[in-house]
Design a protein around this ligand. Structure first.
Ligand code: GRF
Length: 196
């Protein structure tokens, strides 16, 4: 299974995938490229360490979409790597229907809450401020709506009364770093099915 990762920031989840892969835990998979809309992002730096092609592509705008003029470029560049699965790991853009169709909706996203609770931005802060006692992270199929696609897998994280926000963030991120490689492994070995 050929995997392409898209991300905009720190890249700790891309690193978790690359590390699991390097340790031989993701049989039958290969990360064939990492793309970012942010030229100096750490996600691109991590990928180079693992000798995976790290590609910056201009999104053409500051807002949450890739401009129509540059969208075709994104499609062609990703297509050239012939991916079976696209993994959004901290990618801060909304993919258009056109892009999703080009890749048959074989796109998954990682989100730092137990969806459908706390979609959108700042989910960990929102859960913490709401004083929920259990939060977590979700991997879901991507559709045209933000954080709305079918849920694939989740990991719960307890919030103790003594936890501060920083600790909750650390716990959620640690859960994410386990969950995303697990889902990729299970998609590759058939334990989890692709959408029909
Ligand atoms: C993660 O918390 C993920 O759930 C969210 O963005 C963050 C990306 O972190 N979508 P990183 O860039 O992988 O470190």
């Amino acid at each position: 299974m050929r995997i392409v990762i898209l991300g905009s920031g720190t890249g700790s989840n891309a690193e978790a995938i690359l590390k699991s892969s390097a340790e031989g835990q993701l049989d039958g998979t290969e990360v064939v490229g990492v793309f970012s809309d942010v030229e100096d992002s750490n996600i691109l730096k991590h990928s180079k360490v693992y000798n995976v092609p790290a590609i910056y592509l201009d999104p053409g705008s500051q807002n949450s979409i890739i401009t129509q003029e540059l969208e075709e470029n994104w499609i062609q560049e990703i297509k050239s790597l012939n991916p079976d699965l696209i993994v959004l790991a901290g990618f801060m853009r909304i993919l258009s229907k056109k892009i999703l169709l080009e890749f048959n909706y074989k796109v998954i996203n990682l989100h730092p809450s137990l969806l459908p609770s706390f979609p959108g931005l700042h989910s960990i802060e929102k859960a913490f401020n709401k004083k929920v006692k259990i939060t977590g992270c979700t991997v879901h199929w991507v559709n045209e709506e933000i954080d709305e696609g079918e849920i694939i897998a989740q990991v719960p994280v307890r919030i103790m009364n003594s936890d501060d926000l920083e600790l909750v963030k650390q716990k959620v991120h640690a859960a994410e770093h386990m969950l995303l490689p697990w889902v990729i492994r299970d998609l590759a070995n058939g334990t989890i099915s692709f959408l029909k």
